[in-house]
Design a protein around this ligand. Structure first.
Ligand SMILES: N[C@@H](CCC(=O)N[C@@H](CS)C(=O)NCC(=O)O)C(=O)O
Length: 207
C-alpha cells in the first residue's frame, strides 16, 4: 500500500491527483508546517517538506521523482507520454520547468522573510515574485495553445500545472489574457480524479 504525505493544496496535490488517475490503492498522511520539521519526519526527509511517498518500505521524496515513479508503476494510465522517447521528453521538459522555475518562483510569495528578512520590504518581494510567476505562466499559456494538455497527451505534468495555476489565482498573480490556462484549470476542476483529491484534502470539489 502506498502512503502519500501531503499538505492540503500543496505541490503534493499533484501526486494525489495522479494516484486517483492511476486507480492505485493509497492512504494519505496529513502533515503540517510543524510536523514536517519534527525529528521523526526529518529523519526520512531532511528537507522537511512534502510530498513524501512510502511504498512497501521504499521512501521517496521530491515531487518529480514521485510523479515519475507513479507513472511507471501504472503504465496503463499512460501518464508519461505517448511511449516514444520524444513523448517522454516532452513530459519531463514541462515537469522540469514547472518544478524548478514556476514552483521556485512562488517561494518568495509564500515565505518572503526567508528571502529578505525585513518586514518593511515584504510587499516589494511578493510583488516582484508575482511578476516572475506571470512571466513563466505566459510561456505555459502559449504552450497550451491548441492543446488540452501541457505535453500534448495527458500526463503527470498536468496535475502539477494545475497546482501552480491554483496558487497563482489564490496569490493574485495577474492572469489577464492567460485564456488557455484558464480553460485548462476549468477542465481539471471538471475531472473526477481532481474532484476526489480536492474533496479529500479540502472538503470541497470546486475552486
Ligand atoms: N524540491 C521539493 C520541494 C517541495 C516543496 O517545496 N514543498 C513545500 C510544499 S509545496 C513544503 O513542504 N514546504 C515546507 C517548508 O518549506 O517549510 C519537491 O519538488 O518535492
Amino acid at each position: 500500500m502506498m502512503k502519500l504525505y501531503y499538505y492540503p493544496g500543496a505541490c503534493s496535490l499533484s501526486d494525489h491527483i495522479v494516484l486517483e488517475w492511476t486507480g492505485a490503492p493509497y492512504e494519505l498522511v496529513e502533515m503540517s508546517r510543524t510536523s514536517v520539521k519534527s525529528p521523526d519526519y526529518l529523519a526520512i526527509n531532511p528537507s522537511g517538506a512534502v510530498p513524501l511517498l512510502k511504498h512497501d518500505g521504499f521512501v521517496l521524496t521530491e515531487n518529480v521523482a514521485i510523479l515519475v515513479y507513479l507513472a511507471e508503476l501504472y503504465p496503463c494510465a499512460r501518464l508519461l507520454g505517448d511511449g516514444t522517447p520524444r513523448g517522454r521528453a516532452e513530459v519531463v521538459r514541462w515537469l522540469a520547468f514547472i518544478n524548478s522555475d514556476v514552483h521556485g518562483a512562488f517561494k518568495p510569495i509564500f515565505s518572503p522573510l526567508r528571502y529578505l528578512p525585513d518586514e518593511t520590504r515584504t510587499a516589494d518581494v511578493v510583488d516582484a515574485a508575482r511578476v516572475r510567476v506571470r512571466d513563466f505562466l505566459v510561456i505555459l499559456d502559449a504552450q497550451l495553445e491548441g492543446r488540452d494538455w501541457i505535453a500534448g497527451t495527458r500526463s503527470i505534468a498536468d496535475p502539477y500545472l494545475f497546482v501552480v495555476t491554483r496558487w497563482a489565482l489564490a496569490k493574485n498573480v495577474d492572469m489577464d489574457g492567460l485564456d488557455n490556462l484558464a480553460r485548462f484549470v476549468e477542465r481539471m476542476f471538471a475531472d473526477a480524479g481532481v474532484q476526489a483529491a480536492l474533496e479529500a484534502e479540502e472538503g470541497r470539489a470546486a475552486a
